[in-house]
Design a protein around this ligand. Structure first.
Ligand code: TMP
Ligand code: ASP
Length: 238
């Protein structure tokens, strides 16, 4: 059993600890919730539990589909053991349906189906407010090699197909989501989390939002939505 050692980082939603294995880190998920680059703050009861459990289920399915992820194993209700990554400071967003910032940027009505999946890159920099960047910007900033960028795009689209299939079985439409990747022993692998914090999930029948937009937009029933996603995924993945 790997031992949890000193905390080395605390982010908005997770804490990271060293372990007695230099390749592995221990991640704990918090109930703290923020939105709009930290301007809106709150807590969502049991969010840490649901996000950890949902991420673990989805990482496991992605591994089965041939996508390498940082998860080593689920170690507790709110904790997982992960591989250490050299983080690529990009948020890779994949979208199937117009919502959020894309709806705003292109003047599309929320809910308009896109003719094909759209991949976007955002530069992870709080001071700049995580701006949208293109491949030239990424090259100028030295964030990733051109062939790495192509790989991120391909992995994003493959992850989209795998997640869409699983979620469809759970009666959930995958509107859009955000991924983060890192380098580990010469390989690019999926990091961070996949949860209602980082995805837009709409009920496939009613269109009800089952994700963090309930918190961002003060829609109420936030914890219930996270619990519902976990319940449905458990049902289809057990
Ligand atoms: P957006 O429409 O606000 O750009 O969000 C696109 C997707 O990315 C959505 O599923 C929520 C997710 N996301 C994050 O995970 N973290 C963030 O900081 C932001 C802005 C979005
Ligand atoms: N995680 C981001 C923040 O705190 C934004 C979001 O998810 O909407 O600011």
């Amino acid at each position: 059993m790997v031992k949890k050692l000193a905390q080395i980082y605390e982010g908005k939603a997770k804490k990271v600890f060293k372990t007695d294995n230099p390749d592995y880190y221990w991640v704990t998920y918090k109930d703290d919730a923020t939105a709009f680059n930290g301007e809106k703050k709150g807590t969502i009861d049991a969010k840490g539990y649901y996000n950890n459990q949902i991420s673990a289920l989805l990482f496991k399915e992605l591994e089965k589909a041939g996508i390498p992820t940082h998860m080593v194993e689920l170690t507790g209700d709110r904790e997982m053991l992960v591989k250490g990554l050299e983080i690529i400071p990009l948020e890779v967003v994949v979208r199937n349906v117009a919502a959020g910032s894309l709806a705003k940027r292109l003047g599309f009505e929320e809910g308009r189906k896109l003719p094909f999946a759209v991949v976007e890159f955002y530069y992870k920099d709080d001071a700049l407010g995580d701006p949208l960047v293109n491949d030239s910007h990424i090259a100028v900033l030295g964030l990733a090699e051109p062939q790495e960028l192509l790989l991120l795009q391909d992995m994003g689209l493959k992850i989209n197909r795998v997640l869409q299939d699983i979620l469809a079985k759970a009666g959930i439409e995958l509107i859009d989501f955000k991924l983060e990747f890192g380098r580990h022993k010469g390989e690019i692998i999926l990091g961070d989390e996949i949860s209602p914090d980082t995805c837009r999930f709409w009920d496939a029948t009613t269109g009800d939002k089952l994700d963090k937009d309930r918190f961002r937009r003060d829609l109420g029933q936030v914890e219930e939505a996270y619990a519902e996603v976990f319940r449905r995924l458990q049902e289809v993945l057990q």
